[in-house]
Design a binder for this molecule. Structure first.
Ligand SMILES: Cc1cc2nc3c(=O)[nH]c(=O)nc-3n(C[C@H](O)[C@H](O)[C@H](O)COP(=O)(O)O)c2cc1C
Length: 376
């Protein structure tokens, strides 16, 4: 373990692990499968879910951004408006809205976030996604930049968001965006340890890792093994270290916990057996094509297999399948690699989130306390 990785692990171990859930704001749930899912993409379902989640240990919710149907999500609610609705329906939950820099101007988004922050008492956040879905851009009439350029644009976007949130005279002359003597009023709410709304990012390629190290507050990883996440924590932390920064890490995982391991494994098998094969294969082809420009094969989905892609962010690879005890142990094993937050998806959200809060979270907290005692 390198020194910077060890430091990231130390930081992760010093605080309780945080939990986020994927907001099911697109139809079809979080798995591309014809298995029965008692998850619904409607606002009413999501409002109850958000309230349930904040009472069952979830600090964050992450909404998805999709503008058109894509391999199994025929209907999609827009991420920023949906996020605001969830903020207003809850008291403590922080809601992270996913946005594409290619489709927003930083000044306009900075303004949206400042208002959302005031309306929610400082709980608004953003997930900057650089995009994998070419059709979405071309159908909206926007150019589809190549991979490295998408990230160069995202990095400029994040720098500018932060500049606009903290400066009274933002003067920006970038390659992608310009602003002249722009004074955002009101600024978003600042508090101890949170000078402005938190900026998360999705994407795991070398470009994404560099950008996270230089400008993002949080780095989200697709589902991955312990070794896979350790490699990303190390890479990103090394860049951050050079820039005198620290970045926190969120890991995606699809969680199936049942009272016995065999029940949980049967659920996973059924999800994969009933996969919507055509949709999964179409998605696999699109995402591999999107990352091809990276050359080094490190981007999201570059080594995903059919069964991985049934959960479209490789959530099964994290292996959160089993009894509450098994899942809790696995969760804490990730924390010991430097993970600060787990981003979870479920099959039947309402039931599974309540089960998580009742059966898994207390075990996680016990294991964390034992770990803390070990390191003194
Ligand atoms: C946790 C997470 C959430 C993401 N959410 C979205 C999303 O809502 N919409 C979207 O188009 N892409 C989303 N992405 C994918 C990003 O667009 C990403 O930049 C793209 O897949 C390229 O990844 P790469 O850098 O690994 O090649 C997400 C990625 C992660 C890890």
């Amino acid at each position: 373990m390198t020194d910077v990785h060890a430091e990231a692990v130390r930081r992760a171990l010093s605080a309780p692990l945080k939990f986020a859930y994927w907001v099911p704001n697109v139809s079809g749930g979080l798995v591309v499968s014809k298995i029965e899912q008692r998850t619904d993409w409607s606002y009413e379902y999501n409002k109850t879910l958000a309230q349930l989640a904040e009472n069952n240990g979830f600090e964050y919710a992450l909404s998805q951004v999709r503008y058109i149907s894509s391999y199994g999500a025929a209907y999609q609610h827009e991420s920023t408006s949906f996020s605001l609705a969830l903020l207003l329906a809850t008291e403590r939950l922080k809601v992270i809205a996913a946005v594409h820099p290619g489709l927003w101007q930083p000044g306009v988004l900075a303004k949206w976030l400042a208002t959302a922050d005031h309306l929610s008492g400082g709980r608004a956040a953003v997930n900057v996604v650089s995009g994998w879905f070419k059709d979405e851009f071309t159908k909206l009439g926007e150019p589809w930049l190549e991979h490295g350029e998408r990230y160069r644009r995202s990095e400029e976007f994040i720098r500018y968001l932060k500049e606009i949130w903290t400066s009274d005279h933002a003067e920006l002359n970038g390659d992608f965006y310009r602003l002249h003597d722009f004074d955002l009023k009101p600024k978003p709410l600042a508090s101890e340890g949170r000078p402005h709304p938190e900026v998360f990012q999705g994407g795991n390629s070398t470009d994404a890792r560099g950008m996270a190290g230089r400008v993002s507050d949080w780095y989200f990883s697709n589902g991955n093994s312990l070794e896979g996440i350790a490699e990303q924590v190390t890479d990103v932390s090394e860049v951050a270290h050079v820039h005198g920064r620290t970045v926190r890490f969120g890991l995606n995982g699809f969680l199936v916990a049942r009272d016995t391991e065999s029940e949980a494994r049967d659920v996973l098998r059924e999800i994969i057996d009933k996969a919507d094969r055509q949709a999964v294969e179409g998605f696999g082809a699109a995402v591999k094509q999107a990352g091809q420009a990276t050359g080094d094969g490190k981007g999201m989905w570059q080594d995903s297999e059919f069964s991985d892609l049934v959960q479209y962010n490789d959530g099964f690879r994290t292996g959160l399948i089993g009894t509450p005890e098994q899942v809790a142990e696995r969760i804490v094993a990730y924390k010991k690699q430097g993970v600060n937050l787990l981003l979870l998806g479920f099959l039947h959200y309402h039931e599974d989130v309540a089960y998580f809060g009742e059966k898994i979270l207390p075990l996680v907290r016990e294991l964390e306390a034992a770990e803390l005692e070990k390191v003194g």
